[in-house]
Design a protein around this ligand. Structure first.
Ligand code: IFM
Length: 449
């Protein structure tokens, strides 16, 4: 058995919009996701976050479930529209009180809270002023960080500034499936990404001041990739993909600025007019490269890259397997080991936390009320083994958070995709821990795999 370090953190993760519901309660204002859900056709099953898992009311039950599972930490996000409903300005005490109660409940149950400041539910009122494409939003985010870290910093010691800047940028402004639902606008996508990362850089020193004994980092979603063949075209397509998906975010966070090859790709493709990045102000790169305590990574799958347009492409020597989750994402645990080792070798972060890893499978309770989600267990088993192998190779991995505690609102897919360790019946809102939850509890107890 591989034994994880004694202080290794075993957690579960969620986000506010995906589970809370209660969207117009206690002073919360509209978020960009409430607005997107109203757009016909935006959400596959025409649902929204109005009720979601009703975690806003049922959080004590959810804390009890986590306590029974024996998790050491719970990563959740705070909804900015609950804290500062006008985006910038007056604080809504009732919003703060909700998270304060949750944090107290977690600590009483022996579970460490890990707060994500931004997991995509921007106040709509800020979107009306340009959202993340407006530089002011980064400063509004800094003010919001000040407010919430002052309120919770005496009890919350782990802070994630931003969740998945790639998704905010590319899904929000290129494929348009995520809020604010804009399509094919690279100048906006890049400026939104920049301001999100600027917001991260501004938030780090604020958290340091307000939580001197805390730790802070950003979470990026990374996709390890390899060329389908060793042809020049496939290798170049792979370099391009890596710049687009991974390096655009990692390089500035680690003080290297934006990758020049990716900037050149964007210009060559006519996606931006020139290599000038108009949103980039003097000093921004230094701000973004704020000294963090850890890098959070979310890992779900890998990519095998083929340049479909190239002539005379060599036959592929790497092909994706057909072992896919309900998202159509290949199950590829080796990719997690590879990306962790690459991060250590290429960027050398002080610590890495896997802030999300998980899979969607539709398994429902059987006649005996048991949810036999063997595929999910296999997924977690493979990926946690990958973490073990990375640690053996010297990767400073300190935490693993399973995504997700509960089945929940999977963004543009609505409730059709079930990522939970706990099954949620959306008619009754009853929760049933799946077999994977029991398996995870046993793993945590053993502390190894
Ligand atoms: O549900 C999402 C989460 O909000 C962000 N990371 C990926 C998950 C699965 O798609």
């Amino acid at each position: 058995m591989f034994k994880f370090p004694d202080n290794f953190v075993w957690g579960v993760a969620t986000s506010s919009f995906q589970i809370e519901g209660a969207v117009d309660v206690d002073g919360r204002s509209e978020s960009i996701w409430d607005r997107l859900c109203k757009r016909p056709g935006a959400i596959a099953d025409n649902t929204n976050g109005d009720v979601a898992c009703d975690h806003y009311n049922r959080w004590p039950e959810d804390v009890k479930i986590m306590s029974d599972m024996g998790v050491g930490a719970y990563r959740f996000s705070v909804a900015w529209p609950r804290i500062i409903p006008t985006g910038r300005g007056a604080t809504n005490q009732k919003g703060i009180d909700f998270y304060s109660r949750l944090v107290d409940g977690l600590l009483e149950a022996g579970i460490d809270p890990c707060v994500t400041l931004y997991h995509w539910d921007l106040p709509q009122i800020l979107e009306d002023q340009g959202g993340w494409t407006n530089r002011d939003t980064a400063y509004a985010f800094a003010d919001y960080t000040e407010t919430i870290s002052r309120a919770l910093g005496d009890r919350v010691k782990t802070w994630v500034t931003i969740n998945e800047p790639w998704c905010i940028s590319v899904l929000g402004y290129i494929n348009g499936e995520h809020a604010p639902g804009i399509k094919n606008d690279w100048p906006k996508a890049l400026s939104a990404a920049h301001h999100v990362m600027l917001g991260h850089g501004l938030a780090v020193p604020i958290i340091r001041d307000n939580v001197p004994d805390g730790e802070v980092g950003i979470t990026v979603n990374l996709v390890p990739n390899e060329p389908a063949s060793q042809s020049g075209a496939d290798r170049d397509a792979c370099r391009h993909f890596d710049g687009f998906f991974n390096r655009w975010y990692l390089d500035p966070v680690f003080g290297r600025g934006y990758p020049a090859d990716r900037v050149a790709d964007l210009v060559k493709a006519g996606e931006i007019p020139s290599s000038d990045l108009p949103f980039l102000h003097k000093g921004d790169l230094e701000t973004i490269a704020a000294d963090s305590d850890f890098l959070g990574i979310n890992y779900y799958s890998r990519a095998v890259i083929r340049d479909e347009k190239a002539e005379n492409n060599d036959p592929p020597d790497v092909v994706s397997t057909k072992n896919e989750t309900d998202m159509g994402w290949e199950v590829w645990p080796l990719g997690l080991e590879q990306i962790l080792v690459r991060l250590k070798d290429d960027y050398n972060p002080k610590a890495i936390q896997v802030t999300e890893n998980g899979c969607a499978y539709a398994t429902a309770p059987n006649a005996d009320g048991i949810v036999e989600d063997t595929e999910r267990i296999a997924y977690f088993d493979g990926h946690i083994r990958a973490c073990a192998k990375a640690i053996e190779q010297g990767v400073p991995l300190t935490a693993y958070y399973a995504w997700s505690l509960l089945d929940n609102f999977e963004w543009a897919f609505g409730y059709e995709k079930r990522f939970g360790l706990v099954y949620v019946d959306y008619d009754t809102l009853d929760r049933t821990p799946k077999q994977s939850a029991h398996w995870y509890r046993d793993l945590i107890q053993k502390g190894g795999i």
